[in-house]
Design a protein around this ligand. Structure first.
Ligand SMILES: *Cc1c(COP(=O)(O)O)cnc(C)c1O
Length: 389
């Protein structure tokens, strides 16, 4: 059996797909101490810089004093505490929905929601670039999975037409795509769903906190809240805490409490974490300027990279710098890291083969000076520059 492990590792290495953990010491900030050296962090989903915000720390301290540490049980046993219900009411107000339900992580939310809404003999229509947690949710549901080409609404429509008339249908998409930084055409998607009697689920992992009124997400930005059955989002990215939520009708919440296995069969989140998330939602609403700064920073970095001749995709705080093959992608990431800039290279199976890229992300707490230094490093390492040298 040990042979199998060694063989698998060798195979992963030989395909340039070997992954290694890097170690961050201290707080998550716009700069981090990575493997013992301070670098500019261009690889975080802590987009608003809330992960070490004093208001979140203070909320956690107060919750610690009031509730202690662990919850001791799942929500349906003795682990449903005031902190859980308070945060859910707060999230429903934030999202403008009737109700919300907290899950222990985005991964668990997606797996649980999809398998609750569709089952054998149903059809789930899933964007080609959806996150692994959505893919796993589709698999667990045992429904037939129809994958449509990325954001291709004509393809989605033809798959909707091809689905058996009697099957329950669920369309699932991210709002801001996690590795491509582009935005799903949600208006068209919702119209298609209505025409074909399909349910819609939108994953706002990268929209929550950064898009829409007060950071309520892309669905709110496009005023589609009444037409999207399931809005899912995470509390661990822009909101700087941990966990995830589902926002929608009270009936949806009720069904998930009764059926979502990843909600039912797991110990509930500790109140400390819920308190951080609540404080982050307060900040997103009270201080919307963070969203504006994030947008300005994104624009500065994105346009700078384009000027340098890099092939840049998307339109949000996630800026994919396309490279193609795995090895040159990881080499470019390594050179940038040597210069003090942490940019994650993304390879298959996270993205399709041949589309390896640097996933550059901006934060509201990056300064202009930091971003300009990053652009200098990109300029020194650009493929064009190196050919000339
Ligand atoms: C990160 C992410 C998730 C998972 O959320 P976690 O809370 O980190 O488990 C789900 N969907 C998308 C699109 C993500 O990027």
């Amino acid at each position: 059996m040990a042979d199998f492990i060694e063989q698998r590792l060798e195979e992963i290495r030989s395909r340039n797909l070997y992954r290694e953990l890097k170690l961050v010491d201290g707080e998550q900030d716009s700069t981090v101490v990575l493997d013992g050296r301070e670098v500019l962090n261009l690889s975080s989903n802590n987009y608003l810089g809330l992960a070490n915000h004093p208001a979140l720390k203070e909320a956690a301290r107060q919750a610690l004093d009031r509730y202690g540490c662990g919850s001791g049980a799942s929500r349906l046993i003795s682990g449903n505490m005031t902190a859980h219900e308070e945060l859910e009411q707060r999230l429903a107000r934030f999202k403008g929905t009737e109700a919300a339900l907290v899950f222990n992580s985005g991964y668990q939310a997606n797996v649980g929601i999809i398998a609750t809404l569709v089952e054998r003999d149903d059809v789930v229509l899933s964007d080609q670039l959806n996150h692994a947690s959505i893919i796993d949710g589709c698999r667990l549901s045992r429904a037939a999975v129809s994958v449509y080409r990325h954001c291709d609404m004509d393809h989605l429509e033809s798959l909707l037409r091809a689905a058996p008339a009697k099957a329950r249908k669920l369309i699932v998409t991210e709002s801001v795509f996690s590795m491509d930084g582009d935005i799903a055409p949600l208006r068209e998607l919702v119209e298609l769903a209505e025409r074909h009697g399909a349910m819609v689920m939108v994953d706002e992992a990268h929209g929550t906190g950064v898009r829409g009124p007060n950071g309520a997400g892309v669905v709110a930005e496009m005023a589609l809240g009444d037409r999207v059955l399931v809005q899912m989002g995470t509390l661990g990215k822009a909101l700087g805490a941990f966990g995830a939520y589902v926002a929608g009708s009270a009936r949806l919440r009720e069904l998930l409490i009764n059926r979502a296995r990843s909600f039912i069969f797991t110990t509930s989140l500790p109140p400390v974490i819920l308190a951080m998330a609540g404080a982050a939602v307060d900040l997103a609403e009270k201080e919307p300027e963070r969203q504006c700064t994030l947008r300005r920073n994104t624009e500065r970095l994105r346009s700078g990279l384009e000027r340098l001749g890099y092939t840049v995709g998307g339109s949000t705080q996630i800026i994919p710098v396309m490279v193609g093959e795995e090895q040159p992608c990881m080499e470019l990431a390594a050179r940038l890291l040597d210069s003090g800039f942490y940019v994650q290279g993304i390879r298959p199976p996270t993205v399709p083969p041949g589309t390896s890229r640097l996933r550059v992300t901006t934060m509201a707490t990056h300064t202009n000076e930091q971003l300009d230094r990053a652009l200098d490093a990109f300029a020194r390492n650009s493929p064009h520059e190196r050919k000339r040298a």
